[in-house]
Design a protein around this ligand. Structure first.
Ligand code: ZN
Length: 299
């Protein structure tokens, strides 16, 4: 499932390739992608527009268009946004060859295609079909994302800000990091990696962190996300980058999916538990389980 580093990788790859280009045609092939808006209606609204930029908020991709509107896309579980060029491009209705090699499996799962001219197309592929897109006025973006938490790669993500978000929360740290209304963009992979880097047990209550823990967790979240971006994202399932290639972060995981393997720090076995229904990997020796802070007695 794509998280912040996977989305950021795609955005950084694709933005210089598509900025300033005109979308000759947006063809929506799956009504689920645009619902509740009809495919032809969204396609008609976007076709003919010029791309002014590609950005990100949390795990959302923001395709900025002329006319002060943005097409917001979310990859959800198995979505990919890939630039396709030259001989790979075909008319999907013609049933001719789509991708080369490994990419050919993706072609069956094409949900929308942006025809950019000069033999270039942007494809949104998605086997599980949870990915989605909607068009919104730029003026409404802030309100649309007002319940989304702090951007962890922004200057606003300080230990103090993290402390304010975590204050009074009894939820385990793992669940706290997965909650997009607190810190935006962190998912199952990078929550595990960040908690290991911070030496914090995933079941520690979020509100129990003292300043030293907040500093450690802030730094660890940033480091884990930056490692993910440096690795071009993690391809443990369907994720491919903006060129259709696999990321390499899955080879760099410190603890995630490493049950039974030696901890990179102490050599003891990595453990797996389930938190909030999600597999959670950690080192029981290195990661400290904080106790809930006693409530202040009312006077
Ligand atoms: Zn360890």
């Amino acid at each position: 499932m794509p998280e912040l580093p996977e989305v950021e990788t795609v955005v950084r790859q694709l933005e210089p390739e598509i900025e300033g280009r005109r979308i000759e045609l947006l063809e929506v092939l799956d009504p689920r992608w645009s619902r509740p808006v009809a495919p032809a209606q969204l396609g008609g609204a976007v076709s003919g527009r010029t791309i002014e930029g590609l950005g990100r908020r949390g795990k959302y991709m923001l395709l900025g268009l002329d006319g002060r509107e943005t097409l917001v896309m979310h990859l959800r579980m198995t979505g990919n946004l890939v630039l396709v060029e030259g001989e790979d491009v075909i008319d999907p209705s013609g049933g001719r060859r789509l991708y080369e090699g490994e990419r050919s499996t993706s072609a069956r799962h094409l949900r929308a295609r942006f025809v950019l001219g000069e033999g270039r197309e942007l494809w949104f592929t998605d086997p599980r079909r949870f990915g989605e897109a909607f068009l919104i006025a730029d003026a409404d973006l802030d309100r649309r994302f007002e319940r989304l938490g702090v951007e962890p790669l922004s200057p606003a993500f300080t230990p103090e800000a993290l402390g304010e978000i975590a204050a009074g929360r009894r939820a385990p740290l793992k669940s706290f990091l997965l909650d997009q209304s607190g810190v935006a963009g962190v998912g199952n992979i990078y929550a595990d990696e960040a908690l290991f880097r911070a030496r914090l047990h995933p079941l520690s209550p979020a509100g129990s962190m003292k300043h030293e823990h907040l500093e450690a967790l802030r730094d660890a979240v940033v480091a884990a996300l930056e490692a993910g971006i440096d690795g071009g994202g993690a391809s443990i399932d369907d994720y491919r980058d903006g060129r259709g290639e696999r990321g390499t972060m899955q080879d760099e995981f410190l603890v995630h999916t490493r049950e039974g393997e030696p901890c990179p720090s102490c050599g003891g076995p990595i453990a797996r538990i389930v938190v909030s229904g999600r597999s959670t990997y950690f080192c029981p020796s290195c990661q400290v389980r904080l106790r809930r802070r006693p409530r202040r007695r009312a006077r």
